[in-house]
Design a protein around this ligand. Structure first.
Ligand SMILES: [Zn+2]
Length: 273
């Protein structure tokens, strides 16, 4: 049985009440809600105010993703900082962990860390999702926050962020959790991003550190449990954690793609025999 956390960080994809009821029926799937910095960038103040009010009602297990992102052309950084800090305050008010998103240069990561330090106590539970920053930021953040974990995604593969592998080799996995970041990050070209890719991420970490993959699952699961502050450990749980994004649209695309692959295999077999 898997333990999964789905991050609903785009208000347009937040599930409605009947969808949330359905999601609650799968006890191994937990979810967080947040307002992504790219949404902050592209939304009017009145819409953001409404999203924040909705978020106060929706918050359950964790808040996020929230954070900073300079991927878009016209970035309103002060607005992103404002809504990041509003969401941090909401997490504090409800004693909830936060899921942090940061995409940009090291200066941006430092700006984000400054907001975290200014707004949160050292004990705040933080999941720094899809960590791509430097060893310096890793050490400063983990030295200050005792309950901070970093998410390792399929960005561990390829040459775009070589520092991820260096940080793991230098610091081990005591602060890491596994993420797929599906449906956004591809493990390989022509491959559909999906939550099961965390298996490959775990295998890569095990190769890097020369430790059994079971140990990677074990430790990253314990890290997630600490961060999520779940009750006593269910021994039957297989020890891995999947972070994914879900929206009905994306699910539909995913199911459609899987069916297409099955159909292709079927046609291939017919052709073969
Ligand atoms: Zn993200």
């Amino acid at each position: 049985m898997m333990f999964m956390v789905a991050n609903f960080c785009f208000p347009s994809s937040w599930p409605n009440s009947s969808q949330r009821t359905e999601l609650h029926k799968t006890p191994s799937v937990h979810f967080s809600f947040g307002i992504h910095p790219r949404t902050v960038n592209s939304s009017s103040s009145s819409n953001l105010h409404r999203h924040l009010t909705d978020l106060e009602y929706l918050v359950q297990l964790a808040i996020g993703e929230c954070g900073l992102d300079t991927s878009d052309r016209n970035v309103n950084l002060s607005k992103q900082i404002e809504y990041l800090e509003k969401q941090l305050q909401l997490a504090l008010k409800n004693s909830l962990p936060v899921v942090i998103h940061c995409r940009g240069n090291d200066a941006l990561h430092l700006t984000l860390l400054t907001s975290l330090v200014n707004c949160c106590p050292k004990e705040q539970k933080i999941h720094w999702h899809c960590f791509t920053s430097s060893q310096e930021i890793y050490l400063t953040a983990s030295g200050h926050f005792i309950n901070l974990v970093f998410g390792i995604t399929p960005f561990i593969f390829g040459n775009r962020y070589p520092n991820i592998r260096e940080i793991i080799k230098e610091n081990g996995i005591d602060r890491l959790v596994l993420e797929s970041d599906a449906p956004y990050i591809k493990y390989k070209e022509n491959q559909i991003p999906n939550p099961y890719i965390v298996n490959f991420v775990a295998e890569e970490i095990s190769k890097l550190l020369n430790i059994p993959v079971e140990q990677v699952f074990e430790i990253t699961f314990t890290n997630t449990q600490k961060y999520m502050e779940r009750g006593s450990r269910d021994e039957e749980l297989t020890v891995f954690v999947v972070y994914m994004f879900i929206s009905l649209y994306e699910e539909t695309v995913y199911i459609y793609s899987v069916l297409r692959v099955i159909l292709r295999i079927f046609l291939y077999l017919i052709f073969l025999f």
